[in-house]
Design a protein. Structure first.
Length: 271
Protein backbone atom coordinates (compact mmCIF):
# COMPACT_ATOMS: atom_id res chain seq x y z
CA UNK A 1 0.00 0.00 0.00
CA UNK A 2 1.15 3.58 -0.55
CA UNK A 3 0.79 5.93 2.39
CA UNK A 4 2.02 9.15 3.88
CA UNK A 5 4.04 8.43 6.99
CA UNK A 6 6.05 10.33 9.52
CA UNK A 7 9.57 9.28 10.44
CA UNK A 8 11.63 11.22 12.95
CA UNK A 9 9.34 14.25 12.82
CA UNK A 10 9.33 14.64 9.03
CA UNK A 11 6.73 13.70 6.46
CA UNK A 12 7.56 11.66 3.39
CA UNK A 13 5.64 9.68 0.78
CA UNK A 14 6.68 6.03 0.83
CA UNK A 15 5.41 2.63 -0.14
CA UNK A 16 5.30 0.88 3.20
CA UNK A 17 3.75 -2.17 4.80
CA UNK A 18 1.02 -1.93 7.40
CA UNK A 19 3.51 -3.23 9.98
CA UNK A 20 5.78 -0.29 9.10
CA UNK A 21 2.88 2.10 9.70
CA UNK A 22 2.25 0.56 13.12
CA UNK A 23 5.90 0.82 14.14
CA UNK A 24 6.14 4.39 12.86
CA UNK A 25 2.95 5.57 14.59
CA UNK A 26 3.70 3.94 17.92
CA UNK A 27 7.33 5.04 17.93
CA UNK A 28 6.00 8.60 17.55
CA UNK A 29 3.23 8.04 20.08
CA UNK A 30 5.22 6.15 22.73
CA UNK A 31 5.76 9.03 25.14
CA UNK A 32 2.32 10.62 24.89
CA UNK A 33 0.49 7.29 24.68
CA UNK A 34 2.17 6.00 27.83
CA UNK A 35 1.05 9.08 29.77
CA UNK A 36 -2.54 9.16 28.50
CA UNK A 37 -4.92 9.04 31.51
CA UNK A 38 -7.82 8.33 29.14
CA UNK A 39 -6.31 4.91 28.39
CA UNK A 40 -4.17 3.97 31.36
CA UNK A 41 -6.10 4.97 34.47
CA UNK A 42 -7.47 2.48 36.98
CA UNK A 43 -11.01 2.98 35.67
CA UNK A 44 -9.93 1.79 32.22
CA UNK A 45 -7.98 -1.20 33.57
CA UNK A 46 -10.55 -2.48 36.05
CA UNK A 47 -12.98 -3.98 33.46
CA UNK A 48 -10.14 -6.03 31.98
CA UNK A 49 -8.96 -7.31 35.36
CA UNK A 50 -12.51 -8.09 36.49
CA UNK A 51 -13.11 -10.08 33.30
CA UNK A 52 -9.86 -12.05 33.63
CA UNK A 53 -10.35 -13.04 37.30
CA UNK A 54 -6.58 -13.43 37.95
CA UNK A 55 -5.25 -15.84 40.58
CA UNK A 56 -1.87 -15.63 42.30
CA UNK A 57 -0.63 -18.97 40.87
CA UNK A 58 -1.44 -18.07 37.25
CA UNK A 59 0.54 -16.80 34.27
CA UNK A 60 -0.82 -14.10 31.96
CA UNK A 61 0.22 -12.55 28.65
CA UNK A 62 -0.86 -9.28 27.04
CA UNK A 63 -0.58 -9.01 23.24
CA UNK A 64 0.36 -5.64 21.73
CA UNK A 65 1.16 -4.55 25.27
CA UNK A 66 2.27 -1.03 24.39
CA UNK A 67 3.80 0.78 27.38
CA UNK A 68 3.07 -2.14 29.70
CA UNK A 69 0.11 -0.74 31.59
CA UNK A 70 -1.95 -3.93 31.48
CA UNK A 71 0.98 -6.21 32.33
CA UNK A 72 2.08 -4.13 35.32
CA UNK A 73 -1.52 -3.94 36.57
CA UNK A 74 -1.80 -7.74 36.48
CA UNK A 75 1.70 -8.47 37.83
CA UNK A 76 0.85 -8.08 41.55
CA UNK A 77 -2.12 -10.42 41.04
CA UNK A 78 -0.41 -13.33 39.23
CA UNK A 79 2.73 -15.46 39.34
CA UNK A 80 4.05 -14.40 35.91
CA UNK A 81 3.12 -11.52 33.59
CA UNK A 82 4.38 -11.25 30.01
CA UNK A 83 4.02 -8.40 27.53
CA UNK A 84 4.46 -8.75 23.75
CA UNK A 85 4.77 -5.86 21.31
CA UNK A 86 6.27 -5.28 17.87
CA UNK A 87 7.47 -1.74 18.64
CA UNK A 88 10.71 -1.36 20.60
CA UNK A 89 9.86 2.20 21.67
CA UNK A 90 6.77 0.86 23.44
CA UNK A 91 8.71 -1.99 25.04
CA UNK A 92 11.24 0.53 26.35
CA UNK A 93 8.40 2.38 28.07
CA UNK A 94 7.10 -0.92 29.46
CA UNK A 95 10.49 -1.85 30.91
CA UNK A 96 10.75 1.56 32.53
CA UNK A 97 7.28 1.23 34.07
CA UNK A 98 8.14 -2.20 35.50
CA UNK A 99 11.34 -0.80 37.04
CA UNK A 100 9.41 2.14 38.47
CA UNK A 101 6.94 -0.24 40.10
CA UNK A 102 9.75 -2.60 41.21
CA UNK A 103 8.13 -5.66 39.67
CA UNK A 104 10.22 -8.81 39.40
CA UNK A 105 7.73 -11.19 37.78
CA UNK A 106 7.34 -9.46 34.41
CA UNK A 107 8.86 -10.28 31.01
CA UNK A 108 8.89 -8.38 27.73
CA UNK A 109 9.08 -9.87 24.26
CA UNK A 110 9.39 -8.29 20.81
CA UNK A 111 7.10 -10.29 18.56
CA UNK A 112 4.28 -10.18 16.05
CA UNK A 113 0.87 -11.05 17.47
CA UNK A 114 0.48 -13.51 14.59
CA UNK A 115 3.37 -15.76 15.64
CA UNK A 116 3.97 -15.77 19.38
CA UNK A 117 7.16 -17.52 20.56
CA UNK A 118 5.34 -19.56 23.21
CA UNK A 119 4.08 -23.14 23.38
CA UNK A 120 0.43 -24.08 23.18
CA UNK A 121 -1.40 -23.59 26.48
CA UNK A 122 1.39 -21.58 28.11
CA UNK A 123 -0.87 -19.04 29.85
CA UNK A 124 -3.91 -19.01 32.09
CA UNK A 125 -4.96 -15.52 30.96
CA UNK A 126 -4.48 -14.03 27.49
CA UNK A 127 -5.41 -10.39 26.96
CA UNK A 128 -5.29 -7.84 24.17
CA UNK A 129 -6.43 -4.25 24.70
CA UNK A 130 -6.96 -1.44 22.16
CA UNK A 131 -5.02 -3.22 19.43
CA UNK A 132 -7.38 -5.23 17.22
CA UNK A 133 -8.36 -2.16 15.17
CA UNK A 134 -4.71 -2.02 14.04
CA UNK A 135 -4.74 -5.60 12.76
CA UNK A 136 -5.38 -6.54 9.16
CA UNK A 137 -6.01 -10.17 10.17
CA UNK A 138 -7.89 -10.04 13.48
CA UNK A 139 -9.13 -13.65 13.25
CA UNK A 140 -5.55 -14.88 12.85
CA UNK A 141 -4.42 -12.92 15.91
CA UNK A 142 -7.40 -14.21 17.90
CA UNK A 143 -6.50 -17.78 16.94
CA UNK A 144 -3.01 -17.16 18.30
CA UNK A 145 -4.47 -15.82 21.55
CA UNK A 146 -6.50 -19.00 21.86
CA UNK A 147 -3.52 -21.23 21.02
CA UNK A 148 -1.34 -19.97 23.88
CA UNK A 149 -4.24 -20.09 26.36
CA UNK A 150 -4.52 -23.29 28.38
CA UNK A 151 -7.75 -25.26 28.50
CA UNK A 152 -9.89 -23.68 31.21
CA UNK A 153 -8.02 -20.37 30.88
CA UNK A 154 -9.54 -17.02 29.99
CA UNK A 155 -9.29 -15.01 26.76
CA UNK A 156 -10.03 -11.30 27.20
CA UNK A 157 -10.32 -8.87 24.31
CA UNK A 158 -10.87 -5.12 24.68
CA UNK A 159 -11.26 -2.64 21.84
CA UNK A 160 -13.22 0.28 20.52
CA UNK A 161 -16.48 -0.57 18.78
CA UNK A 162 -17.57 0.69 15.36
CA UNK A 163 -21.13 2.01 14.99
CA UNK A 164 -23.84 -0.38 13.85
CA UNK A 165 -24.89 1.91 10.99
CA UNK A 166 -22.62 1.17 7.97
CA UNK A 167 -22.37 4.83 6.88
CA UNK A 168 -21.50 5.97 10.39
CA UNK A 169 -18.98 3.14 10.73
CA UNK A 170 -17.34 4.15 7.46
CA UNK A 171 -17.09 7.80 8.57
CA UNK A 172 -15.64 6.80 11.94
CA UNK A 173 -13.04 4.50 10.39
CA UNK A 174 -12.10 7.10 7.78
CA UNK A 175 -11.48 9.62 10.56
CA UNK A 176 -9.46 7.16 12.61
CA UNK A 177 -7.33 6.16 9.61
CA UNK A 178 -6.63 9.85 8.98
CA UNK A 179 -5.85 10.46 12.67
CA UNK A 180 -3.69 7.33 12.93
CA UNK A 181 -2.67 5.79 9.59
CA UNK A 182 -1.82 2.50 11.32
CA UNK A 183 -5.53 1.89 11.91
CA UNK A 184 -6.91 -0.99 9.85
CA UNK A 185 -10.57 -0.99 10.91
CA UNK A 186 -12.61 -0.80 14.07
CA UNK A 187 -15.01 -3.74 14.15
CA UNK A 188 -18.67 -3.72 15.10
CA UNK A 189 -19.74 -5.53 18.25
CA UNK A 190 -21.26 -8.30 16.13
CA UNK A 191 -17.94 -8.78 14.30
CA UNK A 192 -16.07 -8.96 17.60
CA UNK A 193 -18.55 -11.54 18.88
CA UNK A 194 -18.04 -13.52 15.67
CA UNK A 195 -14.33 -13.91 16.49
CA UNK A 196 -15.31 -15.94 19.55
CA UNK A 197 -17.99 -17.94 17.71
CA UNK A 198 -15.72 -18.78 14.78
CA UNK A 199 -13.05 -19.97 17.21
CA UNK A 200 -15.52 -22.38 18.79
CA UNK A 201 -15.91 -20.50 22.07
CA UNK A 202 -19.16 -19.89 23.87
CA UNK A 203 -20.69 -16.42 23.66
CA UNK A 204 -18.38 -14.10 25.62
CA UNK A 205 -19.37 -11.99 28.58
CA UNK A 206 -19.43 -8.35 27.51
CA UNK A 207 -18.73 -5.21 29.52
CA UNK A 208 -19.21 -1.91 27.69
CA UNK A 209 -17.61 1.32 28.84
CA UNK A 210 -16.44 4.60 27.33
CA UNK A 211 -13.13 6.35 26.78
CA UNK A 212 -13.57 10.13 26.80
CA UNK A 213 -11.10 12.57 25.25
CA UNK A 214 -11.04 16.35 25.18
CA UNK A 215 -11.20 17.01 21.44
CA UNK A 216 -8.44 19.63 21.41
CA UNK A 217 -6.11 17.36 23.36
CA UNK A 218 -6.87 14.41 21.10
CA UNK A 219 -6.07 16.48 18.02
CA UNK A 220 -2.91 17.93 19.53
CA UNK A 221 -1.50 14.55 20.58
CA UNK A 222 -2.28 12.69 17.34
CA UNK A 223 0.02 12.17 14.35
CA UNK A 224 -2.40 12.47 11.43
CA UNK A 225 -1.70 12.22 7.72
CA UNK A 226 0.62 15.08 6.70
CA UNK A 227 0.34 16.50 10.25
CA UNK A 228 -2.96 18.02 9.08
CA UNK A 229 -4.67 18.73 12.38
CA UNK A 230 -7.07 21.26 10.85
CA UNK A 231 -8.65 18.55 8.71
CA UNK A 232 -8.57 16.10 11.61
CA UNK A 233 -10.42 18.53 13.87
CA UNK A 234 -13.05 19.10 11.18
CA UNK A 235 -13.53 15.35 10.68
CA UNK A 236 -13.95 14.77 14.42
CA UNK A 237 -16.40 17.65 14.73
CA UNK A 238 -18.45 16.15 11.88
CA UNK A 239 -18.57 12.80 13.67
CA UNK A 240 -19.86 14.52 16.79
CA UNK A 241 -22.40 16.60 14.85
CA UNK A 242 -23.77 13.47 13.16
CA UNK A 243 -23.64 11.39 16.35
CA UNK A 244 -21.56 8.96 14.32
CA UNK A 245 -20.43 7.00 17.37
CA UNK A 246 -24.03 6.56 18.56
CA UNK A 247 -23.22 7.59 22.13
CA UNK A 248 -25.20 10.81 22.26
CA UNK A 249 -22.41 13.31 21.66
CA UNK A 250 -23.64 16.83 20.87
CA UNK A 251 -22.49 19.44 18.35
CA UNK A 252 -20.39 22.19 19.88
CA UNK A 253 -19.20 19.93 22.67
CA UNK A 254 -15.61 19.58 23.77
CA UNK A 255 -15.53 15.80 24.27
CA UNK A 256 -15.03 12.91 21.91
CA UNK A 257 -16.47 9.68 23.31
CA UNK A 258 -15.22 6.28 22.13
CA UNK A 259 -17.52 3.32 22.85
CA UNK A 260 -15.42 0.40 24.11
CA UNK A 261 -16.20 -3.19 25.07
CA UNK A 262 -14.42 -5.92 27.03
CA UNK A 263 -15.26 -9.44 25.84
CA UNK A 264 -14.18 -12.50 27.82
CA UNK A 265 -14.63 -16.25 27.51
CA UNK A 266 -13.20 -19.43 28.99
CA UNK A 267 -11.36 -21.81 26.68
CA UNK A 268 -12.87 -25.30 26.93
CA UNK A 269 -10.71 -27.59 29.12
CA UNK A 270 -9.73 -29.97 26.34
CA UNK A 271 -9.79 -27.62 23.34
Amino acid sequence: MSAQIRVGGSSAASSVSHDDLIRDQFSCQAELFARSPELHGNAQLKPLIDAARPQTHEAMIDLACGPGTVVTAFAPLVRRAVGVDATEAMLDKARGLAREKRLDNVEWCASSVYALPFDDGSFDIVTCRFAFHHLQEPARAFAEMLRVCRGGGRVVLCDGVAPTDPEKAAAFNATERFRDPSTASFLSLSALLDLFAQAGLSAPATQPFQVIYAIEELVATSFPVDDDRVTLRRMIEELVANDALEVGTKPGGTQFIFPVVVLSATKPPYA
